[in-house]
Design a protein around this ligand. Structure first.
Ligand SMILES: [Fe+2]
Ligand SMILES: [Fe+2]
Length: 171
C-alpha cells in the first residue's frame, strides 16, 4: 500500500507536531541573551503551534480515545491538567515582551512543562493507544484532526484582557 493512507494516522500526525514544537524550543535555547527579536519570533511560533496542537488534542484525540478506551481515562485527565498549566503559561507569555524580566524564565518553564508532557505522550501514552485501537480507527481520528485543524485558534483567546492583569501584577 502507498503510505498516503498512513499519513492520517493520528499518532503520526501528533508526533510530527511535537517535532516541530521541539524545534522551536531548541531554537529558543540557542538564541543569545540579547536576541529579543529572534526570541519574540520563536515565542510567537511556539504559541501558535501549541495553541493549534492543544486544540486538536482536546477537541478530537482525547475525547475519542477516552470513549474508545475507557481504561486510559486517568492518563487523559492528567493530560488535560498538563495542558491547562501550559495554557496558563502561554496566555501569560502572549501578554509579555522579551524585555520583560520574567520572559525568558516563563518561556523556560513552558518548555520544561511541554517537554515533559510530550515525552510522556510519546513514551507511555501513544503505545497504549496504538495497542488498543486499530489502524483504521487511528486513521479516522487523524482525518478528523486534520479537519479540525482548519478551525483551530492560532492564539490564546483573550490575551488583551490578560495583558491588563499581568501588567497590574508586574507593575
Ligand atoms: Fe497533549
Ligand atoms: Fe501532544
Amino acid at each position: 500500500m502507498p503510505n498516503t493512507q498512513q499519513s492520517t494516522d493520528a499518532i503520526v500526525l501528533l508526533k510530527a507536531d511535537h517535532k516541530e514544537i521541539r524545534k522551536t524550543f531548541a531554537d529558543f535555547e540557542k538564541a543569545g541573551d540579547g536576541a529579543e527579536k529572534t526570541k519574540q519570533r520563536l515565542v510567537d511560533k511556539m504559541i501558535e503551534l501549541l495553541t493549534v496542537h492543544t486544540y486538536i488534542e482536546n477537541e478530537v484525540m482525547y475525547p475519542r480515545v477516552r470513549a474508545l478506551l475507557p481504561d486510559l481515562e486517568d492518563d487523559i485527565l492528567e493530560s488535560y491538567e498538563e495542558h491547562h498549566v501550559a495554557d496558563v503559561l502561554v496566555m501569560e507569555l502572549s501578554a509579555m515582551k522579551p524585555s520583560d524580566e520574567r520572559f525568558d524564565a516563563k518561556t523556560t518553564v513552558l518548555i520544561e512543562n511541554v517537554e515533559h508532557h510530550m515525552t510522556e505522550e510519546e513514551d507511555e501514552w501513544f503505545p497504549k493507544v496504538r495497542a488498543g485501537l486499530g489502524r483504521k480507527q487511528l486513521q479516522e481520528i487523524g482525518a478528523e484532526m486534520i479537519d479540525k485543524r482548519k478551525k483551530a485558534p492560532r492564539r490564546p483567546s483573550q490575551p488583551s484582557a490578560l495583558k491588563k492583569v499581568v501588567k497590574a501584577v508586574v507593575d
